[in-house]
Each structure stands twice: as C-alpha cells, then as structure tokens.
Design a protein around this ligand. Sequence first.
Ligand code: NOJ
Length: 792
Amino acid sequence: MKTYPVLHAPLRFAACLSLAALACLSSHAAAKHASPPPAPLVNHPNAQLTGKELDKKVEALLSQMTLAEKAGQLNQFTAGVATGPGTHRENYDLMVQKGELGSLLNVTDAATSNHYQHIAMEKSRLHIPLLFGLDVVHGDRTTFPVPLGLAASFDPALVEQTAHVAAVESRADGVNWVFSPMVDIARDARWGRMIEGAGEDPVLGSAMAKAYVRGYQGNDLSSPDAVAACVKHFAAYGAPVAGRDYNAVDMSELQLRQTYLPTYKAAIDTGDGAGAATVMSSFNSLNGVPATANPFTLTQILRKEWGFDGLVVSDYGAVSELLKHGIAADGAAAAGKALTAGVDMDMEGDLYLTRIPALVQSGQLPLPVVDEAVRRILRVKFAMGLFDHPYAPENGRPYVATDEKRLLARKAAEESLVLLKNEALQGSGPLLPLQTDKKKQMKIALIGPLADSQHDMLGSWAASGDAKDAVTLRQALAKRLPAETLLYAKGTDATGTSTGGFADAVAQAKQADVVLLALGEPADNTGEASSRTRLSLPGNQEELLEAVAAAGKPVVLILFGGRPPAIPWAAAHVPAIVEAWFPGMEAGTAIVDTLFGKDANGADANFSGRLPVEFPQSVGQEPLYLAQLPTGRPAGDADLTHPPTNAEERYLSRYIDETNAPVYPFGWGLSYARFSYSTPAVKHTMGSSSEVGRVEVSVDVKNTSSVAGAEVVQLYVRDMVASVEQPVRELKGFQRVELAPGEQKHLSFTLGFNDLAFYNAALKRVVEPGTFKVWVGGNSASTNEAEFTVLQ
Ligand code: NOJ
C-alpha cells in the first residue's frame, strides 16, 4: 500500500490533537509570520539523459553534422494516418536517406518501422536512428480504459502496469516513443479532451502522471521494452476559454503554478522513478503567447526552473500555426520563434527543415540554438540505446489477447467503474448487485445504443487496439445468462433523433424484471476536437431513457463517455447508475461482473472507482470542480433549489436558476461494502528549523459489511486563513485499501511542506502559520474532520 504524494521538504509546524491544545498553539501562531523555506524548484538532472559518456557521444556526432542534417533531425512527419490537418507527403525513403527526418509518427507496425530504420541506419550518411512516435494513450494493442477511467481507479500501481504492457506492445510494433501521458488538468467538461487525462485535480493527476511514465520508461530507458514517454500538452492546454478545443488560455501565473503546472513537473521529475524523456508543447496560447513559441514556459520554467534535459516536440502543425495565431508573419519567423523559445522538434510543420538552414546562414538564428536542439534529440536517441538496437523484432511480435492481458484489462476496467447511485427498491434492498440465483433467474432487458458496440468500448485514441477484441455488454451478458432471459433492443442511435426504435425498447423493458440501459457518448463524440456545448445525453437518448423508465421496471443506467454528463433527471429518478467511461477491451465482462457482484467463476466483484471530475447539474455550471476559491458571499447551506426570494438569498455567489452543487462530487463512488471511519487523529513533529517537519493524520477504516471491498480513502485540506485565498477544500492524499468483511486497517498520511505550501502574491511557495482543517473519508463531501495549526 502506498500513500500519494510522497513528501520531503523541511517545515516547522505543530498539529493539535485537542481543542485546548489548538487554542494554545493558535494564539502562538498568530503572533508572527513564518519565513518559509525555499521550495525545491530545480530537479536533479535526469541521470538517464545526462552524463559525460552520453555527452561525448552526442558531441562527437554533432561535430560531423551538416547544417541540413541538423535541420533534418529537428523534423518529424507522419508516415501513417494524419492525426491533424495534414500535408500529404511521399518519398520518405529518400528523405530518411538524406537525413531530412529525425522522427516519424503514426507508424504502427514493425515491418514499416524497420523499413525506415534500415534506411536510416544503413543508407543515411551518419546512420542516426529514427524515433517512431505514436499516440499510445491507454494501451497499444491491449486497450485499457480511457485515462479518465483509469484515473477513477485511484490506483497508480495499476496504471503503471497498464502503461508497461503498452510499452512492451508498442516496441514490438516498432514504436519507441509514446505521446503520453496527457496530464492537462481539465475542469470544464465541455472540453472533449478531458477524457485523455486524469481530470480536475493536481494531486491525483500527478500520481497518475508519474505512474504512466514509470510504466512506459521503467528504470532503464535503454531497455528494449521501454518507450520514451511524452508529457503533454505543455502548458495549460486543459483550460481553454469556453471549453473550446485549441482556444486561448488566459490565467494568472499564480493559478498556472499552483494548479496547472504540478502534473507536468511530476511527470518529468525523476523522483518516484518517473523522469519523462520528452515533452510536447501545446496548441493553445497562454496569456497571449502561443505555448509553442513561449520562452517563459518552455525555457524559463521547463529548462531553468525544472532542469528538464529531454527533448520538446511541438504538437501537430503547431509551429506553422504560429502564423494563424498572428505572432509570426511568415514560416521563417514561426520556425525561428518556436526554436528559440525551446521547441526542439517540429511535428508536421515542415518549417524547421525548410527554413532553419537559411535563417542560420543569414545570421538571423544563431547556430548554437540549433545545436542545442539537436543535442537534446540525440541525447534521447542515445539514452534509449537506439544506436545499438534500432529495430523492432523482425516482423513484430504477433499480437494475441492472452488471458493474462485480458485479466489486467478486466481488472483495470473493473476499478475504473464508478457506482454513482444504488437505491433500495420498495420492499427490498438496493437494486445492485443483481440476483445471480439460477433458480430465480430474472429476465434482463438490455437497451441502448452502447449496449453492443465493440468499437465504442475502446474509446478515443485506441492506438492499435482492434474493436474485434472488445467485449460488449451484450456479449458478456449472453455468456452469463440463458438466452431466454436476455432481451435486447438498441432503442436509438447514439446521436440519433429517430424515435422509431422506442416502441421495441419499451416493449422489451415491460417483459423484463430489470432493465440495463447503456447510454452516453459514442467514442467519436469525445477526445480531440470534440468540445460540446451540451452535456446532456447526445441525440434523443434522454427521451429514450425517460420512455423506458416509464415502463415501470427497475432501471440500471450504465453511462459511457469521456466526460461527466449532465443527467439531473436520471440522478433523481433512476435507482442505480454506473459511470463506465470507456472501459476498453474487457468492458462488458467487467461491467457484468460488478453488476452481479460476482465474476463467472463466483469470485467477488465490487465497485471501487471514484470520480476524478465532478458531475454537473447543467452545462452552465462549468467549469465545475471541487477546489474552488472562497468568495465574500458564499452560498453555504442556503437552499439553492428555488429562485431567491429575498435579499439574503439573492446576494450570494449562486445562480438564480440552479444549485451550486454538483450532482456527484469529486471522489464520489459507492461500493457493495460499507466503510466506517474513526475521527482523524493528528500528530505533529516539532523541531528546529533544520529538521524535517510533518503532520501525520491517521484514521481507522473498517469494512462494516459482509462483502469484501476496496475503499479509496481520501484526505482533504483547507488552509483557513492565508495571505492569498485558498480553495475551500483540496485533495492532498489518497490510499486505496482492500478490506475483507469486518476488517479494519489503520492508515496514516504524511503532510509536509509540498502539501501545505501555496504560491503567495509574490509567487513564492510558502507555508504560512495558522489553522488547517483536514477531512478524511470516502469522498470529498466527508464531514470527518480534524484541525491542526502550523506555528511560526
Ligand atoms: C495532436 C494532439 O493534440 C496530440 O495529443 C497528439 O499527440 C498529436 N496530434 C499526434 O497525433
């Protein structure tokens, strides 16, 4: 069992166990201001990307390169499908031979990658291997849940395992560089790319970011089973104005540093075994400067403050898009700006290759700037051992969805599922788990456009995953149930408007004992370039839901999608709701096992996922997230379900037509098991300023039910009074713990400087003296609280 995050920096403070102690410490605390210890800003160098031996090799090669060959190393084109508006090119053979390409993207098979690599290694003048990049985002051949679903597992160790499988499969396909993890904090569900990351929270996001990198790179980049990770999209791509993809991002530096940068830093930081070798710059502008030509983020923060040693690649065509951003008058200016700002490789822009030599020759671009970018690329290639083992296994390794892979995919899918609601029906217990008693076998009507769509189960960015390997709900139910007990109707298309299938759906529902409704977004409504202005169920699915529910049979709503939908009607009227995201290859099996509470072999299956994003009532609440800043007119406990009727009700930070609250809050998720918590106990260490200080918060968590279950124990904090506003509640740690029936475990969390620090108005990371509230529970609405006080 592991606690996230792990902390280290020095801090002097005290924690109080009792109110009396608190009072004594508080008065002391109020007296003076702390002089905070400096935050550790610069990383240790990434040992895999630095060192004398490596430098020697890089310099020796660099000294032999012509200017054209240097520009070639900085160039990347797609040799497969276009994953953006693309230019069509031919004759890559010749380009590789002439040293005009440092990398290709979107090659998905070993034979093709070996073909180009042989040309690079054997026919190009300097025999420099190519990097082959691909969007392997949630598995390569074996498709795991989409990253938002994996985040819902709150299980970084599991995510690391999935990333390792993806790495091994990618290498077998000739891919040595994956464009993952996507670590953009996403707090606005209109933005379609929320699906690709870990959601709204930087602590969860950082733990996930590190897990992916560890899984991809292992602890030895030169291992033939390791791939280079690419942290994207730097920076703050997840906060576009109005949730519209590629749109401008405008935010204070304080918010940028406090909330949006930590996940990128976590991924490139070498602590905890991460240390991503590469970073991708993003499409968006940040405070008016496109991220792909932004020296502040790319050079000041990434290189100087964080000490990043790897390579930065632009996003697809982002260098040429600098013209459209209106910050470069022509291609040469765009290339010069991007390279000087710190983008080393031009993905699909075709500007570095064609403009850089002339810029250098005319004296507009200093050669050392080009050399530095080439060095960073060569460093990664040497560190990965590509000069020694450049090729994929001959013809790749044939892919087989083995039992072992399916088992991991099923575990990941199972842990990603979030049971949002499970109400008791009149005269009986909760609707779920469904009855498995063969003698009393109930009739199930499976209805909905996502009940039997293999390709939708894989979600967006399914890399090389084959839809044929995916198990749908219908297929999984058919395996578990006698044919006569399973009824099926599609009802409507996922984005359809025809009600032609409604009558059949309602008729099936009427014949059944229970209805499973599989609704939500089809996979192509999510991901890149898939922003939405409506968060309700697409097409006429809401009407289908209400029509089927009117048949009067108990309904279990199973939601698919890449963002939290607005489903206030369902939340109020449907007795059981499961958020399934896109669970990947083992979707159907995992869902059916958890719905029954047992797998096909009779082993227990249970829900344990928790929401990594809040569920809105309506789109107008977006951006909606837990860690909101306080206001001077908090709505507090006011009844916000009706329009304000007097001044006290009106002049609050609220809507006149909607509650402030989410339908389901961050961290929410139910289990068939029940858990009880002791009040958090807080211990402090008091030391001199040279000692490491920490707060230890501990609780006893008990499974009070008769079924086994995993609880995600979450710790939240509020810094009650600080020189700049602090969020009303923020996640600071979590632990996923398996508990047998009746079992109790004692868990403790350590909070150190990095947990309690914030950026003050002078943009210094500080911990200020004063009171902190802490809550420990199974979701962010926990009232299980304690306090501690940080002393001067
Ligand atoms: C554009 C996307 O923004 C990025 O995430 C992806 O890695 C590249 N295209 C390459 O496909």
